[in-house]
Design a protein around this ligand. Structure first.
Ligand SMILES: Cc1ncc(COP(=O)(O)O)c(C=O)c1O
Length: 401
């Protein structure tokens, strides 16, 4: 499209899907396991062109609904090509298992999603892959862990649950100096806050289960990279049977059309809520990149520039001044509409306590060393009125009086 803004183009990005009728205003769901052929010539043509637009063969290898999500994600992330997977974890595992062989070295952030950390230590280490966990915010530590043959640096842009911000420009430079790749999980930030490929990342992964789908009704993941890299990664996703199914893909295509509106409001609400809760006497710390006293505020300004507080991230964490179970329970019960949910990114604000959900299996001392205490609440901010949200939390925090 020419002379239009990105928000307009996004609405039509999925129309690049070939071999389908685009006259229905919403792409129909191609709930079919196969596409049939009427001649042997056509069979051969389908197999030859199965990866290119307009030729579909077997459900697991290609499907129009899945292709429509991939087109939107390539557009959003600014990559050449994308894959649509059955979950964020399918995207992460499929990527890493394709690229890592026995003896290869990966340096990864120790502040990633729990199951990402589990595959590093409980799978890759046993398979003879050299894994080095680092505090990705300490660039001296990262530099020390890097080897001349390091193949992958892996990080999230803003990481769970402490909202630590990674300097992805520097990490990309260091990965490339060694002929390696920087892989970035953009789930918390989304391409509406940052496009890691523009900062040098080679592969960008999103759990679309979260902000990108945003309606808490579908589980999906995406991988965006160069055309050559996507061709390399596609077989592993197919071998494990983890491409996204047609209905889920249809739900995500629907959601991506409103993603910019939703996520802009979520990010703006999160910054407003973070700044308001910082003033609450029961809140001892607020983790959000816009908060000036937050340790990675400087890195956030480097990534986003000045004055972008409301365009960074829809997530925040607060730590309250008491670890008393009854008071925390009273706080949870005092919330009128915000509920506990072990997920994030939906249009309704939810929260969780890392000690009960994402970091429940970690020993308390280890969690505390990371800054995760029983007083920490991770909040995923929705599209409610921001004043209602601020009142909701300030009222419930009276439980700690
Ligand atoms: C940052 C991040 N990456 C990846 C995942 C995994 O996504 P999924 O649940 O879609 O597999 C999650 C899940 O919460 C996450 O928070």
């Amino acid at each position: 499209m020419k002379n239009v803004k990105k928000s307009t183009e996004l609405l039509y990005a999925s129309d690049a899907t070939g071999g389908v009728d685009h006259s229905p205003e919403s792409l129909p769901i191609y709930q079919t396991t196969a596409f049939t052929s009427r001649s042997l010539d056509e069979v051969q043509e389908r197999y030859r062109l199965v990866d290119s637009e307009g030729m579909y063969s077997y459900y697991r290898s290609s499907n129009p609904n899945r292709a429509s999500v991939a087109h939107s994600m390539s557009f959003l992330e600014g990559g050449e090509a994308s894959l649509t997977c059955s979950s964020g974890m399918a995207a992460i595992c499929g990527t890493l298992m394709t690229l890592l062989d026995k003896g290869d070295h990966i340096v990864y952030s120790n502040c990633c999603y729990g199951e990402t950390l589990e595959i590093m230590t409980e799978r890759f280490e046993h398979w003879g892959i050299d894994v080095s966990a680092v505090n990705i915010n300490d660039l001296d530590e990262v530099k020390k862990a890097l080897r001349p043959d390091t193949k992958i640096i892996y990080t999230e842009v803003v990481a769970n649950p402490l909202m630590r911000v990674a300097d992805i420009d520097t990490l990309a430079e260091w990965a490339h100096e060694r002929g390696g790749y920087l892989i970035v999980d953009n789930t918390f930030t989304t391409p509406f806050a940052i496009r890691p490929i523009e900062h040098g990342a080679d592969i960008v992964i999103n759990s679309m289960t979260k902000f990108l789908n945003g309606h808490s009704d579908a589980c999906a993941g995406s991988i965006t990279a160069s055309e050559e890299m996507i061709k390399k990664l596609d077989p592993m996703i197919q071998h494990f049977g983890t491409p996204a199914d047609p209905f889920t893909s249809w739900l995500v295509t629907r959601s991506l059309k409103t993603a910019e509106l939703r996520i802009a409001k979520q990010m703006s609400n999160a910054a407003k809520l973070a700044k308001a809760l910082e003033k609450n006497p029961h809140v001892v710390s607020v983790s959000h990149p816009c908060i000036e006293s937050f340790p990675d505020h400087g890195t956030a300004v480097k990534l986003w520039g000045e004055g972008k507080d409301e365009e960074m991230c829809g997530m925040l964490s607060i730590t309250v001044d008491s670890e008393d179970y009854d008071k925390r329970n009273e706080f949870v019960k005092s919330l009128q509409f915000v509920r506990y949910a072990p997920t994030l990114g939906g249009v309704r604000t939810t929260f969780q306590q890392p000690v009960f959900s994402s970091h429940a299996h970690m020993p308390d001392a280890e969690r505390r060393a990371m800054g995760i205490t029983p007083g920490m609440f991770r909040i995923s901010v929705g599209i409610e009125d921001p004043d209602d949200l601020i009142n909701e939390f300030n009222n419930a925090l009276k439980a700690f009086d």
